[in-house]
Design a protein around this ligand. Sequence first.
Ligand code: ADP
Length: 488
Amino acid sequence: MSMTLPDSKVQPVLLLDSKGQIKQFNEGFEKIFFPVQPGSPLSAHVHPEDREDFLAWFKSLPDNGGEGPVKTLRMINPSGNSLPAMVRPEILPNGDYALWFWEGRAAREGGGYWQTALTPAMEAVFSGILDGAFILDVEGKVVEVNQALCSMLGFHKYELIGLPVGKLFAQDPQEMNKATARFARIMKAGRVQEVNFTLRDRAGGEIEVSLNGAVIRGEGSHLVGILGIVRDLRESKIMSAMKEKAVELEAAMRQLSERDKVKDDFLSVVGHELRTPLANIMGYAEFLLEGELNPAEKKEFIQVVYQESRRLARLVNEILDMSRLEAGRLIYHYVPQPIDPVLNEVADSIRAEAEQKSILITRRLNCELEIWMDRDRIKQVVINLLNNAVKYSPSNTEVRIESESVDDGALVKVSDQGIGIEGENLTKVFEKFHRVTEVEHHTQGAGLGLPIAKRIIEEGHAGRIWLESPGKNKGSTFRFWLPRSGRK
Ligand code: ADP
């Protein structure tokens, strides 16, 4: 790849190959030092007394990009005069070296302000700025550019140094003139005002930038140049994208804190549901241990311990089911089978409990389809619906369980004449730990049964579950529908 050195009278630059042979020199070099022969070794132009030292320095330069240590030496011109110089090496990605020269005497004689103006500290600041930065001399020529600007424009540093400002940012003459005029205005006003414009990079791509900066004054407050800072406005687009991300993050945080609330609900509901049966079990077990009970009392107390243990076991199972469902770890075993036998089985198992409250369970089961389902999980759902119907209904009422074939699937309906469900609770009862306030204190439950049922029906069987209630104390009707082919 051939590179073109800048047409710079300001900063001499040489391009060397990895062996130290001169590949190119620019106008600045020729003018301030002397013309050299491409192909000849640079060491041939170094003062004989400095040559060994120079060669050792050149050999020690890293070969993997970046910059090397600055070297002072004496050059020797074709007439045999020695010219003190300072060299800053830059290792190019292709293994060549760009050597930036400062001619010592010219600097001493005030021949170029910029050849000595950048102190190492300033240079560090300059190269460390993340925005593009450049320095122009009073003629509007580029005397320094930082790496950020080089990357933005897609040029190498030595291609930019020495360019007139117009050429730095533009390719077509009109744009160049604009940039030159902008520079002239700055010089005249003695200050830099922020402007936005579009520049072109090496590939011709447009980059929206804002230009800001400051004029630089030397001794006696003479204007000696301009420091320009070029901000790539595409970065502000990144900023606004980041802002959007921040909003998303905030939403996620909110969700998280809602989850926290769910956790709090979990602790308060489950805490209560755990403590009550435990306290009962411990209390009655203690009575039993004291042993001063007649057989009837004993039986009664054992009954309580048994019931409360079941309540605990139910809660533990619900919590485990819920966490398995949420983690997607619940395994279903699908088998095609009719649903009515499952409904009958559940209704039978609940009859005794219903009879205690004089609640009549009636059945009208008319679904003959074979449904792809996990029998135990569907049973679990129906148990929960029937249990709830009995639990939330007063004595002497009726609970109906019905089934029919609808839309190539089974529709199951569980209705009661109980306390009913109103308003937002119609959907909220399917949320974890949600219990309708009125029932909270006088019925048992953790508010997990319906959310589990919903997941089993919808996620496990590609079905649907919903609820209707004409209002308070007017009963509730839960329905679920399972497609025949299930979620095989
Ligand atoms: P649990 O019954 O254990 O509290 P569920 O998730 O099964 O939990 O039910 C959630 C809530 O929905 C219940 O606390 C109750 O407020 C309400 N609910 C459920 N079924 C009925 C019903 N058949 N009639 C009235 N309210 C009901």
